[in-house]
Unconditional design. Structure first.
Length: 203
């Protein structure tokens, strides 16, 4: 059985959501942040980086949300409900691009914005993060277009990471100019599996 090491508050909620969408059996181990909003030292006993999400199964200890999503899909999505089959190489490649884009490109400027909002200062950082955030939110909104989800009409595993960075942008007050992203976030978070994840992992 999979154990998910879940740190409140953070991106591992989106891993709980995936497990719920996939109907997987799992144990949830919940950690609370310390006074500096960092992970508690116990998480380092699980994985040397001491960050979350981390999953464990048998001897496998796996970090990085994108890698965890790929593992969960390989294990539980044999009907390709959440990702195109590898046989459709172009569709699978596009899916991979959107799967890795949130952590690879979108998160960093949002993090800078978050740190600045907490009182940090550095010349040039604010304008860098503002430009990057509008670049990425514009890119996501344009890919979304009139569609319900990031890869089209159907929900896919690429939506977990995209919904995470969009929700972070929302928390940072960055979605005012992007009504379609607000609607997208509402659509994702209204999914029954997301509600179950919140019930198990937040409340
Ligand atoms: N790139 C990693 C990032 C993991 C990460 O930074 N997680 C945050 C929670 S959202 C964390 O554990 N922060 C606590 C700390 O660094 O002390 C991923 O995609 O999983």
């Amino acid at each position: 059985m999979i154990t998910l090491h879940h740190l409140r508050i953070g991106r591992s909620l989106f891993t709980v959501w995936q497990l719920e969408e996939l109907g997987a059996d799992y144990d949830l181990k919940v950690y609370l942040r310390d006074a500096n909003f960092r992970a508690p030292a116990e998480l380092k006993e699980i994985h040397p980086l001491g960050k979350s999400p981390v999953i464990e199964e048998g001897g496998l200890v796996l970090s990085e949300s994108g890698a965890i999503t790929s593992y969960l899909l390989e294990k539980f999505d044999d009907q390709n409900r959440f990702a195109p089959p590898r046989g459709d190489l172009a569709a699978w490649a596009k899916f991979s691009q959107w799967l890795h884009y949130p952590e690879g490109s979108v998160f960093a400027p949002l993090l800078i914005n978050m740190l600045l909002a907490r009182g940090g200062e550095h010349e040039g950082l604010a304008s860098f993060s503002a430009k990057e955030i509008s670049l990425h939110l514009g890119h996501i909104a344009s890919q979304l277009g009139e569609n319900d989800y990031i890869l089209g009409h159907d929900f896919s595993a690429a939506d977990f990471g995209i919904a995470y960075v969009v929700s972070l942008a929302d928390r940072l007050g960055q979605l005012e100019a992007y009504p379609s992203l607000k609607q997208y976030l509402a659509r994702c978070t209204q999914r029954p599996a997301f509600a179950r994840a919140v019930e198990k992992a937040v409340e």
